[in-house]
Design a binder for this molecule. Structure first.
Ligand SMILES: [Zn+2]
Length: 210
């Protein structure tokens, strides 16, 4: 069962194998339960870009890895919200909710057990700070936190560990079908990144943060 079907968006960025990958198929409606299973489902049509496979790495190498390339870009271009010593915080390009962040170690490691002590501690601290910042900026009712370990668990980019921080609002699974159809997603992401970066502790005083 995929994360989306399980109603656990905080545990999913994340690619659904589809048209761009001839080796797999789009989930069939026949696979959905034929009864009300009581689970919310998020309908996110903007994610069809990802489902189409345009941004999927060709393989698991570091050279193909978007999480390895993001830190080399500017904060604005890469949607980077904060940079730590061993890990950074970035907006998800295909968010389930506004402010969907990911905490990512700089190192190209796939498994949580591969993290060093320093990376483990900083990923945890950045996750806590991300929650505080998103709370201060947009006041969500709750969060989903999580890491998908392996493609079978829903990881679209399984080769490079990333921790999701997804703000949740009461009823967000209901209003998303409306707001998700906006054409202004890139601008909204840029605005979101700027607001979160401005609220990040220690960032406001940085020169050139505009
Ligand atoms: Zn990587």
């Amino acid at each position: 069962m995929s994360d989306e079907r399980a109603g656990v968006p905080g545990a999913a960025d994340e690619a659904v194998p589809g048209a761009g990958d001839p080796g797999t198929t789009v989930e069939s409606p026949d696979d959905h339960p034929g009864f009300d299973d009581g689970l919310d489902r998020l309908w996110t049509p903007h994610r069809m870009v990802y489902i189409g496979g345009q941004d999927k790495p060709a393989d698991d190498s570091r050279g193909q890895c978007p999480f390895c390339r993001i830190p080399d870009r500017s904060d604005e271009d890469g949607l980077v919200v904060a940079r730590g010593g061993t890990a950074y915080v970035v907006l998800n390009l295909y968010p389930y909710n506004p402010g969907h962040l990911m905490v990512v170690p700089y190192r190209h490691v796939s498994d949580y057990t591969d993290l060093t002590e320093a990376e483990t501690v900083e990923v945890a601290h950045l996750t806590q700070t991300a929650m505080r910042v998103v709370r201060a900026v947009s006041g969500p009712d709750g969060f989903n936190l999580g890491m998908n370990q392996g493609a079978v668990a829903g990881a679209g980019i399984a080769a490079h560990l990333h921790q999701h921080v997804v703000p949740r609002w009461a009823g967000d699974a209901n209003f998303l079908p409306i707001v998700a159809q906006t054409k202004a997603v890139p601008e909204l992401l840029g605005d979101t990144r700027a607001r979160l970066a401005a609220a990040w502790p220690g960032r406001a005083a940085e020169a050139g943060e505009a």
